[in-house]
Design a protein around this ligand. Structure first.
Ligand SMILES: *[C@@H]1O[C@H](CO)[C@@H](O)[C@H](O)[C@H]1NC(C)=O
Ligand SMILES: *[C@@H]1O[C@H](CO)[C@@H](O)[C@H](O)[C@H]1NC(C)=O
Length: 323
């Protein structure tokens, strides 16, 4: 009985969803959707379908979303999500990264290669020659719903997954820039990543995002890009669980950091926060020096700060700017 009821209600709901094109969603619609389980599940294993958070109709639930493949027919007007008979959402949109040009999904004319374009071309190469599969890098990509931007008709975007692995079982995984896939600080052996599942690159991603905004970042990263347990953001210190990224305990000014549960006197022999003679240590020395000069009225126009990695070691490339 319960099952029949669920089935009838389920198909009814699916039916209603199928009638609503994505762009015409009533305000507050998602509040009335109580059962996302109808949509969630394993996506069909094919290269045009992706599991997308808020990918369901009206952005209510995680759902499998289908895209149009490269060189296949598309139309700008057709870019409206509808629920297919198989429970997969048809986006009507080209595989994210491809553009609908002259009614065909075409590679974009951009210098930056979008993740799915790179992955598709790499797959074609690998299919043509199975022997090269072992060393070919087929990037892992993620599809996300675009933030609401008014006029936009395309609703999904592709990104590089922030953990990329290369080189088979004995290979390495590294933290990557979601926009262009370039390697960021942080790596671990692929086997460890598969077994421990705790590499999350959270600290590295935050670090690079803030650095791009030209902020002075003092977060400290483990070798694998996760947060170290003791963090000071400017002068406020706190403890973090590097695996879950949850805060532990209080937020305290730096002068009281010895009271933090994760404080370890062996790790912090002085007040410099980074290990003695490390890049972070030198960076902070320069900063204190510059701050003091400024406090005494000297305008500091040039400080040759060292380039540090997020773990406080020297970055591989140092730039010595000529005055
Ligand atoms: C995508 O899947 C189709 C059908 O399985 C296959 O013919 C095609 O070669 C695949 N494309 C790539 C790039 O792997
Ligand atoms: C972080 O959280 C995980 C999961 O709750 C737990 O197993 C682990 O012990 C925690 N680590 C620390 C350092 O608290």
């Amino acid at each position: 009985m319960a099952r029949t009821f669920f089935f009838v209600l389920g198909s009814l709901l699916l039916g209603i969803f199928a009638l609503i094109p994505d762009q015409d969603c009533p305000v507050g619609f998602c509040d009335r959707v109580s059962d996302c389980a109808l949509f969630e599940g394993d996506c069909p294993n094919n290269n045009l379908t992706f599991s997308v958070e808020n990918g369901g109709i009206c952005g209510c639930c995680r759902a499998c979303v289908r895209f149009i493949g490269p060189n296949e027919a598309c139309s700008i007007e057709g870019q409206r999500s509808r629920l297919g008979m198989d429970g997969v959402v048809d986006s009507g949109q080209c595989l994210p990264g491809y553009e609908c040009k002259d009614d065909i999904c075409a590679e974009p004319n951009s210098q930056q290669v979008p993740c799915l374009v790179k992955a598709w071309n790499a797959l074609l190469k690998a299919n043509a020659n199975p022997n090269i599969r072992t060393w070919l890098h087929i990037p892992k990509c993620e599809v996300r719903r675009k933030e609401e931007t008014g006029e936009e008709t395309t609703m999904f975007e592709g990104f590089y997954s922030h953990i990329q692995c290369q080189g088979g079982k004995s290979g390495r995984c590294y933290c990557a820039n979601p926009i262009d896939g370039t390697k960021l600080f942080g790596y671990e052996f692929q086997l460890d990543v598969e077994e421990k599942k705790d590499m999350n690159c959270a600290c590295t991603l935050e670090w690079f995002e803030r650095r791009q905004r030209l902020e002075h970042v003092t977060l400290r990263s483990e070798l694998n890009g996760n947060y170290k347990s003791l963090q000071c953001d400017k002068d406020i210190c706190f403890c973090v669980n590097g695996t879950t990224t949850e805060f532990i305990g209080p937020f305290l000014p730096k002068s009281l950091w010895t009271m933090l549960p994760c404080y370890d006197p062996e790790e912090f022999p002085d007040e410099m926060y980074y290990p003695f003679n490390s890049c972070g240590h030198h960076y902070n020395l320069y900063r204190i020096y510059a701050d003091e000069l400024e406090a005494h009225g000297t305008i500091v126009s040039y400080v040759n700060y060292p380039d540090c990695d997020p773990d406080g070691t020297y970055a591989p490339a140092q730039v010595d700017v000529d005055r």
